[in-house]
Design a protein around this ligand. Structure first.
Ligand code: SAM
Ligand code: DTB
Ligand code: SF4
Length: 324
């Protein structure tokens, strides 16, 4: 495991001839993971819209006119019911997202802590993405049974200011440090297709791969352009760009789960297969991500059947198999 990758080394990998890059990504993938397995995760937006931040890609920012259904924090019981369904449908990771700038120590946070406790008792990896966290809040989530925390760098430090002005890259890195210090598994990646250059993509991967410890999970999202957001007119990213990102992430962070995240609705089965070949080993299932569409469950079942892929079992690495 290397944490001393240079930008030049990463750039060389990223720009290598595509077939060589895919071959190398696939090779590293096979050394560290079972390539027939894909982890299936479910997302739930527990608090939707009305966010004070200005992330240019995000339909949940209050300042953009989008047709997101704004909703206060869901009740604990409703969330636990959705988690049970996710498990029945084969998910081994349940991720709860809130359109918050940061966690505040209030009754809503108490409710989220209860949700975390409930889901962790279901033998699923429980993940949250709630915005910025202090070290105490991270500790509290850990005690409640939180397995992972998602907090994306989204893009390079250089490009960050073009996308978000209401917080800094250092704020992001600081939360990641708080999560790591609380011994919570780190999930951090980004979005491509926001007008960034190849250099920006390489820069983001460089930051992730040179953290003191690699994130256990690296989501690679393709921008889902949403009407009303500043990025609504961005052209769709090509699958080759997704493949380059995925393979490079796989090569430089071999043990990480590389998640083919937002943007699958825009991809054919062949394109998704190429991403799995390049080293992606996880997807979000269910017809909705947080607020935007995702492929239907039966389409994914068909995809898995066609490619002979199988959903990864829960807590596999911890050797705590669960009954179905
Ligand atoms: N508010 C918290 C935060 O920003 O960390 C958590 C929720 S936020 C919606 C989680 C992530 O979703 C963002 O960091 C971003 O990477 C991703 N995301 C949001 N809108 C997206 C879009 N239109 N296309 C692709 N990814 C998106
Ligand atoms: C991540 O990197 N992708 C997921 C998860 N982390 C939280 C979210 C994608 C959201 C896409 C836009 C939406 O559905 O609102
Ligand atoms: Fe708010 Fe998160 Fe959306 Fe940014 S990405 S506007 S912080 S919900």
């Amino acid at each position: 495991m290397r944490n001393d990758w240079t930008r030049e080394e990463i750039s060389k990998i990223y720009h290598s001839p595509l077939m060589d890059l895919i071959y190398r990504g696939a090779t590293v993938h096979r050394e560290y993971h079972d390539p027939s397995e894909v982890q299936v995760c479910t997302l739930l937006s527990i608090k939707t819209g009305g966010c004070p931040e200005d992330c240019a890609y995000c339909p949940q920012a209050a300042r953009y006119q989008t047709d997101v259904d704004v909703h206060r924090l869901l009740d604990v019981d409703e969330v636990l019911e959705k988690a049970r369904n996710a498990k029945i449908n084969g998910s081994t990771r349940f991720c709860m997202g809130a359109a918050w700038r940061e966690v505040r120590d209030n009754r809503d946070f108490d409710k989220v802590v209860d949700m975390v406790k409930g889901v962790s008792q279901m033998d699923m990896e429980v993940c949250c993405t709630l915005g910025m966290l202090t070290d105490q809040q991270a500790e509290r989530l850990k005690e409640a049974g939180l397995y992972a925390y998602n907090h994306n760098l989204d893009t390079s430090e250089e490009h960050y200011g073009e996308i978000i002005s209401t917080r800094t890259y250092d704020d992001r890195l600081n939360t990641l440090e708080n999560v790591r210090n609380a011994d919570i598994s780190v999930c951090s990646g980004g979005i491509i297709g926001m007008g960034e250059s190849d250099e920006d993509r390489i820069g983001m991967l460089h930051t992730l791969a040179t953290l003191p410890k690699h994130p256990e999970s690296v989501p690679v999202n393709a921008l889902v352009p949403v009407e009303g957001t500043p990025l609504e007119e961005q052209p769709r990213v090509s699958v080759w760009e997704m493949v380059r990102m995925i393979a490079t992430a796989r090569i430089i962070m071999p043990k990480a789960m590389v998640r083919l995240s937002a943007g699958r609705v825009m991809m054919s089965q062949e394109e998704q297969a190429m991403c799995f070949l390049a080293g992606a080993n996880s997807i979000f299932a269910g017809d909705k991500l947080l607020t935007t569409p995702n492929p239907e469950v039966n389409e994914d079942e068909q995809l898995f059947q066609t490619l002979n892929l199988k959903p990864r079992q829960s807590y596999k690495d911890q050797k705590q198999p669960i009954e179905a």
